[in-house]
Design a protein around this ligand. Structure first.
Ligand code: TYM
Length: 349
């Protein structure tokens, strides 16, 4: 029996549902880890969560099928080795949930061209004189479908993805305005220390700038990159402000707090060389990721386990995405009556 008193109670806040995606366009770098992956691991304790490897997005840059398959596998191994727990979070591959591409079309029909023209992935490529395909241009619509398909409320990301989440909110708002409350509006979640991790040249760390330090990089190669990090040419004895110095910022990410404070003191006192900081950074990075390296080696020895994790993640993700897609199709007039569908299927037999 309905309880009248309940009708006056305001609508409860939606449960926390976390979702994020990451492209398998190369091995994960510190920007991916400190900006996003570390949040995934922290948030898997909070509520229902979905994390996926964005192979459909990667198709706009990786054109070699074997390489793509290898990168997807590496991405899954890396995420689990870094602490993603498949019993608590659903880990899956984007293309294993075809409902998302269908939802993309529904959203495409409410997407203004001008909105996509302002998005930075497309604008950057165009400004560098490179030819962009429709996949890259419409990329924020696919990303919106990725998020909306799971009724996500929280999307942990680095700063560079915030614009895309705003597009997602815009599209969801327009669709809801036209067809009723179909989609849940998500919010980005950033962490202060990792929102914009600098690369070895001081710009944002990014595969496209070739300035990355990778999480599971060969140690000798990583040491070489660190020793070549660009620094300023101030004399040894001059005291320096640590914050905002890319080398110090990188050190802060991997070093324990006590070492970070000692290093900050050293900067302020002056009389040291950047070479010392670089050596300390090499050592701190090694320690920081040592346990994950070990776990990764163990996981690699059992290839079937990762396939099973991705398969069960996809089953859970599809169940959720199918329900949201059905809701959206119903709302905009695409779903047919069940009797019509079953009788026409019967007629074909
Ligand atoms: P992607 O694959 O470029 O990056 C994955 C995550 O890493 C973060 N990140 C950084 N954070 C801080 N500092 C940096 N230097 C840095 N570089 C990368 C990114 O912000 C991101 O969180 N479009 C997305 C993938 C995606 C997605 C989604 C994300 C597809 N669908 C739905 C969230 C929700 C991308 O290309 O991320």
């Amino acid at each position: 029996m309905a309880d009248d008193r309940l009708t006056t109670v305001s609508k409860p806040a939606p449960p926390t549902r976390v979702l994020s995606g990451i492209q398998p366009t190369g091995r994960f770098h510190w920007g991916n880890y400190f900006g996003a992956i570390r949040q995934y691991i922290e948030l898997q304790a909070v509520g229902e969560s979905y994390y996926f490897i964005a192979d459909l997005h990667a198709l706009t840059t990786v054109r070699d099928p074997d390489r793509l398959r290898g990168l997807v596998r590496d991405a899954a191994l890396d995420l689990v080795a870094l602490g993603l727990d498949p019993d608590r979070a659903s880990l899956f591959v984007q293309s294993d949930v075809p409902e998302v591409t269908e939802l993309t079309w529904l959203l495409m029909t409410v997407t203004p061209m001008g909105l996509l023209e302002r998005c930075h992935a497309y604008k950057d490529k165009k400004s560098r004189g490179l030819a962009a395909d429709a996949g890259l241009f419409t990329y924020p619509v696919l990303m919106s479908a990725d998020i909306l398909a799971y009724d996500a409320t929280v999307v942990p990301v680095g700063e560079d993805q915030v614009q895309h989440i705003e597009v997602c909110r815009d599209l969801a708002g327009t669709f809801n305005h036209l067809y009723g409350e179909v989609f849940t509006l998500p919010k980005p979640r950033l962490v202060e220390a990792g929102a914009r991790v600098p690369g070895t040249d001081g710009q944002k760390m990014s595969k496209s700038y070739d300035n990355t330090l990778d999480v599971f990089e060969d140690l000798a190669a990583q040491k070489k990159k660190i020793m070549r990090i660009t620094t300023d040419s101030r004399p040894l004895e001059q005291p320096k402000e640590p914050e905002g110095d890319p080398l110090f910022d990188l050190f802060s990410l991997v070093a324990p707090e006590s070492q970070r404070q000692e290093m900050a003191e050293l900067y302020r006192r002056g009389g040291f060389g950047y070479g010392e900081v670089k050596k300390a950074l090499v050592a701190a990075a090694l320690d920081h990721f040592a346990a994950a390296r070990q776990r990764r080696a163990q996981l690699e020895a059992d290839p079937g386990a990762i396939d099973a994790i991705l398969a069960s993640g996809a089953v859970r993700a599809r169940a959720k995405a199918a329900a949201v897609l059905a809701r959206a199709k119903q709302a905009c007039g695409l779903s047919r009556l069940p009797s019509v569908v079953s009788s026409s299927a019967g007629g074909r037999r």
